[in-house]
Design a binder for this molecule. Sequence first.
Ligand code: NAP
Length: 422
Amino acid sequence: MDASLKNRTVKGEGSRIVGISGILSVPDKPNIPYIEGDGIGPEVVRAAIRVLDAAVEGAYGTRRRLNWVEAYAGEKARREYGEALPEETLKTIQEHVVALKGPLETPIAEGYRSLNVALRQRLDLYACVRPVKYIPSAPSRLKHPEELDLVIFRENTEDVYSGIEFEEGSEEARRLIDFLRKELRSEVRPDSAIGIKPISEYATKRIVRAAIDYAIRNNRRSVTIVHKGNIMKYTEGGFMKWAYEVANTEFKDKIVTESELKPEGPYRGVAPPGKIIIRDRLADNMFQQLILRTGEYDVLVLPNLNGDYISDLAAAMAGGLGLAPGANINFETGVAVFEPTHGTAPAYANQDKVNPTSTILSGVLMLRHIGWKEAADKVEKAVARTISQRRVTYDLARQLEGVQPIGTSKFADAIIENMQVI
Ligand code: NAP
């Protein structure tokens, strides 16, 4: 048993993944910490684990296995440890490099700050990576959903995630309002709550570097920088400025900017083959562009809040939050936590009802991260086949004519059954 998990049950005899400078060394039976999460978390995580185990067995027989190790956060951690995010959980993930996580609840307008934010910040998982690719035969409101193939890179540590906020009427808010008026000649209404939105050159450059690097390694066509720099000149505008700086100084031979593609520019309007097009769009425009000119967008890189909004829009375009996987990654260390884009959907908890695909596909991202491509491919094909058979959960069934939904666990069974014939 792993020494860091002294009081915890470790199923089987796994060993640790080792990450050195982002390169992972993966044993055949790696320990994979998982957090069940709150609300619908346990149901979708259970389903995902069953599907991933079946895929690994189907792809590698007994040679490889994922050795799941439970790590605690949220309500279950409160019961087990008396705190919602125990130090042991953070340490376990850090030591094992890769983890799967269900959603965690965050109270609204009161209470503690988000555990999800704390986890991402403490492990410095600065890149929230959310691929959104249409699964053929999934229901979609788009006329041409097959054009949808995005990878969203959302900055994960700053902007609203910095968590600097003071309540209306608090001593801190009052002092800040005073300071703004006296020292900076900026008027704020005295009954205001105050939030601070830092966006740094350092954090911007590393998320943009990760996005462009991803685009190059995966033969993507473009990287679009999404921001609101017309209004927030120095935060959102800074994001755009630093993003172009990274592109132009670190990737000059691999990219071409949209402005260089003007008919009167050096390339006379035609992108040289193999070069990634770098461009920017204002966030408000980006929302309508995504719907109306879906196929023109590829990799997107955004500050935290815009990235959050656009992730759910893109998920809806692909059929809904039940189909939207995600990863929180530090590309320098390789430490990564894979989790669905959706939250705890408390109204559906313990009903064996919701769609586990987001968590299953987050597991696929995890398998790819550790280099287990054959198992990842198996899951993807089986999910697509199951949806094409119209064996789907309520969220997809209600968008299809005459389809009776099946529950979370039956849907996982159907995926596993389909794996046998792939
Ligand atoms: P949510 O949990 O994502 O649910 C919003 C809606 O999305 C659901 O009512 C449902 O829509 C649909 N949905 C979500 N997951 C689904 C699934 N697996 N299958 C099918 N449909 C699904 O968002 P929320 O209600 O705004 O947030 C609830 C809690 O989750 C909050 O405490 C929030 O802070 C937290 N949260 C956590 C994370 C995280 O842990 N990373 C992320 C986001 C939110 P219909 O009712 O229309 O079917």
